[in-house]
Design a protein around this ligand. Structure first.
Ligand code: NAD
Length: 391
């Protein structure tokens, strides 16, 4: 018989980019949500009803759910036992050799074993290496209910997307699938049921596909640059009135904590046999080098004042995780350039304002297309490298 729980959902990794907005949205639907995490600094911020990072549309809801106590925080793993659903949203990184750190993830789960019973539903929300759900069940016990319901939002826009996107739901048992379906039906307009293996690949393929699309457009950009043709004009002519090309993205840095990482997880899963994924990595990670090489063909970079405008990994957010702007800066500095960094959202005492960069830099490279940059007036004498085509 199901016991009465203090919370409907406990999100482990609840202060993160996936866990926090998800918790806020569930709490807004009236569920009692506990965010569990290990980061005491973020706990203070969230408890004072402030978002620790940009999440559009979440501020007001956070204030409301903190005030009415449908959303609370915890730093103790013992609290997991008080929740009907335990949702796992902690990070699933790859190591410096691009191997998934699956064991690290599973070790964390082992630490929760004493606080999760067979009556509770365990939902994996993190993007995991295939077969992780079965491994979790092995750790917890044969009769535990485990489901995989991957997160597919675009960072910064969870509140909108969680209410709009179909949710893929997979369970290791019918009971787990039914309970996870009931839970996500409170958010999503549509539930897509799959097997666990299918759900794992839906998520990894989605990120690899996006990463390969960016690599394709970045390779086209490099071909055009070498040929002396404006890629933005080529691309515009390709997509205009021609639906088959409509989803060709602009060139730009394909960075952040997910796309490369998940492409490499997929490669590791397939015995390192994922040529397309590896090629995409070489192209996307090679783009900063390409930009620097193009500049070096024109002049020496020694003491050249070069500004990188936009340090976040994605437009209009404040997250710098795995941003290629830093890699670009590092390579430029290696050739003796004097580097200036600026960002509209990410805070760093060494950054300067966009206006100051416009005054100081001889060359400006758009690192990420924050909306504000579209309206900047770049001095005529400044060389502008805008592979995103925002100006
Ligand atoms: N960021 C995205 O847009 C996005 C989108 C889809 C899927 N994902 C996946 O979701 C997962 C989480 O990503 P994220 O961007 O939210 O990461 P994140 O680093 O922002 O959040 C992870 C949180 O987990 C906490 N944590 C770490 N160890 C813990 C432990 N032992 N107990 C409790 N909390 C712990 C951290 O303090 C942090 O707050 C990853 O698997 C990622 O690939 C991310």
């Amino acid at each position: 018989m199901s016991k009465n729980y203090k919370y409907d959902i406990c999100i482990v990794g609840g202060f993160g980019h996936v866990g926090l907005p998800l918790g806020i949205v569930f709490a807004d639907k009236g569920l009692k949500v506990l965010l569990n995490d290990v980061d005491s600094k973020k706990a203070e911020v969230i408890n004072s009803a402030v978002l620790p990072f940009i999440e559009y549309g979440a501020d007001e809801i956070l204030k409301k759910v903190i005030a009415n106590k449908t959303l609370t925080t915890s730093l103790k793993k013992e609290d997991l036992k008080d929740s009907k659903v335990v949702m796992l949203a902690i990070g699933t990184p790859v190591d410096e050799y691009l191997n998934p750190k699956t064991r690290q993830f599973l070790e964390v789960i082992k630490g929760f074993k004493d606080f999760i019973s067979e009556d509770q539903l365990v939902v994996i929300r993190s993007t995991v290496f295939p077969n992780t759900a079965e491994q979790i069940k092995l750790i917890l016990g044969e009769n535990h209910k485990v489901a995989y319901c991957p997160e597919r939002i675009v960072q910064g826009y969870s509140v909108k997307e969680l209410n709009e996107l179909p949710q893929v739901v997979a369970g290791l048992s019918k009971e787990a699938e039914d309970e996870a379906t009931e839970l996500f039906s409170k958010l999503s307009p549509k539930i897509i049921k799959t097997s666990i293996g299918e759900a794992e690949l839906v998520k990894l393929f989605s990120n690899a596909w996006r990463y390969i699309q960016f690599a394709t457009t970045n390779q086209f950009y490099m071909i055009c640059e070498n040929y002396g043709v404006d890629y933005n004009k080529v691309r515009e002519a390709m997509v205009e009135g021609y639906g088959r090309n409509a989803n060709l993205p602009t060139a730009g840095f394909a960075a952040g904590p997910c796309l490369l990482k998940d492409t490499m997880q997929l490669s590791a899963f397939n015995g390192n046999n994922f040529m397309l994924g590896h090629s995409a990595m070489l192209i996307n990670e090679g783009l900063p080098n390409f930009i620097v090489d193009q500049l070096r063909k024109k002049y020496s970079l020694k003491n050249k004042k070069i500004g990188i405008l936009g340090m976040a990994f994605k437009a209009d957010i404040d997250d710098i995780r795995d941003s290629l702007s830093y890699k670009l800066g590092k390579i430029l500095r290696f050739y003796g350039a004097d580097i200036l960094y600026s960002d509209e959202f990410a805070c760093d005492p060494t950054f300067i304002s966009a206006e100051e960069m416009l005054k100081q830099a001889e060359v400006i490279i758009i690192g990420v297309p924050h909306t504000k940059y579209e309206s900047l007036k770049f001095p005529k004498e400044t060389e502008l490298i805008d592979l995103w085509n925002i100006i």
